[in-house]
Design a protein around this ligand. Structure first.
Ligand SMILES: [Zn+2]
Length: 326
């Protein structure tokens, strides 16, 4: 076996994970290039220590390595006795079986092959809870997700010029919370999935990034305390209020159009029958309150028309108000 990782760390295969860690720490400190210098010999030693720890501190890699090591030791013993037999039968012309290619059984740390193969990043799945009204109307949500990105400093290689990357401390990647702004479309159903392509964990060795899948969970409305009616406010312009107009609204059953009568007052309520929530064969209504709003940006032409309106208008809205009060 070209490398015995146990020997490199000065431990045995029977040592605990704790012992492996403490042995590694001692040696990593001793041979750290900042302390022991940047000689080729020392860097090689330091790399070897890190390579050994990378394998022996990872249960899966360790198991794989242990198997390869056992097989090697077993085969080595076999080869000794085999060569003894061979020397006994000197007349044989057959090729001695001791020409075994040990290289095939050397444990090769995975990172070598990983370095060459592009790996797609993992997908991230997360649940997003929204209210029923948000599901009907559509909404924007900011969500925080744990995301793993390749370290840009070492490009995920963990080492920079033979020294452990000082940005990721040899991890090759960063896992942090990241904010995502997501638009949830109107009429979304419970359990729907929203895919954010390429926003998942970053790929390795040039592999594509994973995706994010958001699973929509619609909160059950507390119908014991609320009625089956849905209440909402819709903004209209002054001229829509005067002339009347056609409006659209999202309901649990989809988009519904309705007409607003001319001369609609601010705060007026419109009832859309059977456009509310459904429970036990009962269905509520949607109650819409209209709110007259003056557009924040008006063109010169619009302002001129308002000027003209103020010139020709003979009614005094405050008189009308006092008349109604009286
Ligand atoms: Zn790094």
């Amino acid at each position: 076996m070209n490398k015995d990782y146990y020997k490199i760390l000065g431990i045995t295969e029977f040592d605990s994970a704790e012992n492996i860690k403490s042995a590694y720490r001692k040696l990593a400190r001793k041979f750290h290039p900042d302390i022991a210098g940047n000689s080729a010999e020392n860097l090689f030693k330091f790399k070897e220590i890190n390579e050994a720890y990378e394998i022996l501190s990872n249960n899966i890699k360790k198991e794989e390595y242990d198997k390869a090591r056992k097989f090697y030791n077993y085969a080595k013993e076999g080869a000794k006795s085999n060569s003894a037999t061979q020397s006994y039968n000197k007349t044989t012309t057959s090729k001695p079986e001791t020409n075994f290619n040990w290289q095939n059984f050397f444990y090769k740390p995975k990172k070598h092959s990983e370095n060459k193969t592009a790996q797609k990043g993992d997908n991230i799945e997360s649940e997003v809870e929204i209210s029923l009204i948000e599901a009907i109307e559509g909404c924007s949500k900011t969500i925080n997700l744990l995301k793993t990105d390749v370290c840009q400093h070492c490009q995920g290689r963990k080492f920079v010029n033979g020294t452990i990357c000082n940005k990721c401390h040899g991890k090759g990647e960063f896992t942090t919370y990241k904010k995502f702004n997501v638009k949830i479309p109107a009429g979304i159903k419970n359990g729907s999935k929203i895919r954010l392509a390429g926003e998942g964990n970053s790929g390795k060795n040039g592999g594509a990034n994973g995706d994010i899948y958001l699973i929509i969970k619609i909160k059950e409305p507390n119908l014991n305390n609320n009625s089956l009616n849905i209440y909402k406010t819709i903004s209209i312009t002054p001229f829509e209020a005067v002339l009347g107009c056609e409006l659209n609204t999202n309901t649990p059953e989809g988009v519904v159009s309705f007409k607003l009568a001319p001369n609609t007052q601010n705060g007026q309520k419109i009832k859309l029958s059977k456009c509310g929530l459904v429970q036990n064969n009962k269905i509520g209504d949607m109650i819409i309150t209209v709110e007259i709003q003056i557009p924040k940006k008006l063109s010169t032409e619009e302002i001129n028309l308002y000027k003209k309106l103020s010139e020709i208008s003979k009614s005094n809205i405050r008189d009308e108000f006092y008349d109604r009060q009286g």
